[in-house]
Design a binder for this molecule. Structure first.
Ligand code: AMP
Ligand code: MG
Length: 412
């Protein structure tokens, strides 16, 4: 294979800077959303805790609340019972020298400063007895020990996931000021594409990129509002782009962006809008294009499914971050030892597909999956990471240390 990179091809790092420059200022306007609508959106202001957590002193266990200084001398101790406090109740003060039956999460009554767990107690009619001395604060969860009232609970620009929504709920906040998830339109392009479920003629293939991209875009923080397929036809492509750009904040296409006879998108986008970059020093995914059509950004990815996966994770992910007003996520890359040998046929940055194995001592090993062709979607199934092979070196020996990007970080 010959090296198809050109000295003029931008690096992935340069491409990401262009993305940021173009997109950071286009983040959607803030809206206020209820918690159950806010998943995946991004805070436009810090969330300050209106109450502390826990909001009041409460029992960590099912047992008996008591005043530790009411235990005098050596045990065993006996305390008469003073009723019961369940979680949710507002307790009356504890009678001096008594114990109160209490459940986990119930407010500590005034006058009590410790809880003895029920397992250590003998209940004898209206009194309890036990041997062990109980120190103040035993099994008491103190108001504000987890979070103080007035503390910043979530910083501005935080993306709201399960924990963040739970935190807002836990301090009683029902609505949040956020930028909503950017709306994404997905268009698969190619005359050969047909719908799964339909009858296939020779030369035709089922459109998989539409499903790959729609699902990835959702997982990466987008709100997919349109997913469609379009043939390699100029007029049809213009119509599809008009529709997509009218409903979405970002259009993501696949196919038709290289130099083949049916690759119409580069010329069409240049005529209908602007191209910010086209072709990167990257494998797979070299022909990827970033432009603007009808004032809407478009990432036009190549058609091969593995190229789609790579360019989507490397470029659509940060694009969605910028449009959401969130800091661009930094891919997590870990060092692993190569199990096998790897060669590149070029000097470009390459993302090969691999399997990560952790030894019993915790060390990471990585082996490339067999079938590195960018059309090999079935081989992609066996991969759980990318081997990140930087610009320059072209061969790696068994045991070499290389950087690996686990795919799980991108998937929710
Ligand atoms: P292209 O980038 O249009 O030259 O397409 C490159 C390769 O990807 C060709 O083999 C296409 O048939 C294939 N391809 C393009 N679009 C899709 C799609 N939506 N689903 C599956 N394969 C595709
Ligand atoms: Mg094509």
């Amino acid at each position: 294979m010959h090296d198809t990179s050109r000295p003029s091809d931008l690096s992935l790092a340069q491409a990401k800077i262009i993305l940021e420059t173009q997109l950071a200022s286009r983040a959607a306007n803030p809206v206020e959303l209820a918690l159950d609508e806010a998943e995946g959106s991004v805070l436009t202001e810090a969330l300050v805790a209106p109450i502390g957590l826990p909001p009041f002193d409460n029992s960590a266990m099912d047992g008996y609340a008591l005043a530790s200084d009411s235990l005098r001398g050596k045990g065993p101790y006996e305390l008469p019972l003073d009723g019961r406090t369940l979680a949710g109740q507002d307790p009356a003060p504890l009678k001096a020298g008594h114990a109160r039956r209490i459940t986990t999460g119930a407010a500590m009554p005034e006058g009590a400063d410790a809880v003895i767990i029920q397992e250590k107690v003998t209940l004898d009619g209206e009194a309890i007895s036990f041997d062990e001395r109980i120190a103040a604060d035993t099994f008491v969860r103190h108001a504000g020990e987890d979070l103080a009232e007035g503390e910043v609970l979530l910083q501005r620009s935080t993306r709201l996931g399960p924990l963040q929504l739970a935190l807002a709920a836990n301090v009683g906040v029902a609505r949040l000021k956020v930028r909503p998830r950017p709306r994404v339109a997905v268009i698969s392009t190619g005359d050969e594409l047909i719908e799964p479920g339909s009858r296939r003629g020779h030369g035709e293939i089922y459109d998989s990129n539409r499903y790959l991209l729609a699902s990835l875009a959702e997982q990466l923080g987008g709100d997919v509002v349109l997913a469609t397929t379009c043939g390699d036809d100029r007029e049809a492509l213009i119509r599809a782009l008009d529709t997509a750009t009218s409903v979405a904040d970002l259009v993501v296409t696949s196919g038709g962006v290289s130099v083949g006879d049916a690759d119409l998108l580069p010329e069409l986008i240049a005529q209908q809008g602007d191209i910010h970059f086209h072709k990167l020093a990257l494998k797979p995914g070299r022909p990827v294009l970033f432009g603007t059509v009808n004032e809407t950004p478009i990432l036009a990815l190549p058609g091969n499914p593995v190229s789609v996966m790579v360019t989507c994770l490397q470029l659509v992910a940060p694009a969605l971050d910028h449009l959401a007003g969130a800091p661009a996520r930094k891919p997590l890359r870990i060092s692993a030892q190569l199990d096998g040998r790897v060669t590149k046929s070029h000097a470009r940055l390459e993302f090969q597909r691999g399997q990560l194995i952790q030894s019993s001592s915790g060390k990471f090993w990585v082996s490339p999956v067999s079938g590195q062709g960018s059309h090999r979607i079935a081989a992609l199934r066996d991969a759980d990471c990318f081997l990140v092979l930087p610009e320059g070196p072209q061969s790696y020996a068994d045991g070499d240390s290389i950087l690996v990007e686990p795919l799980i970080q991108y998937l929710r």
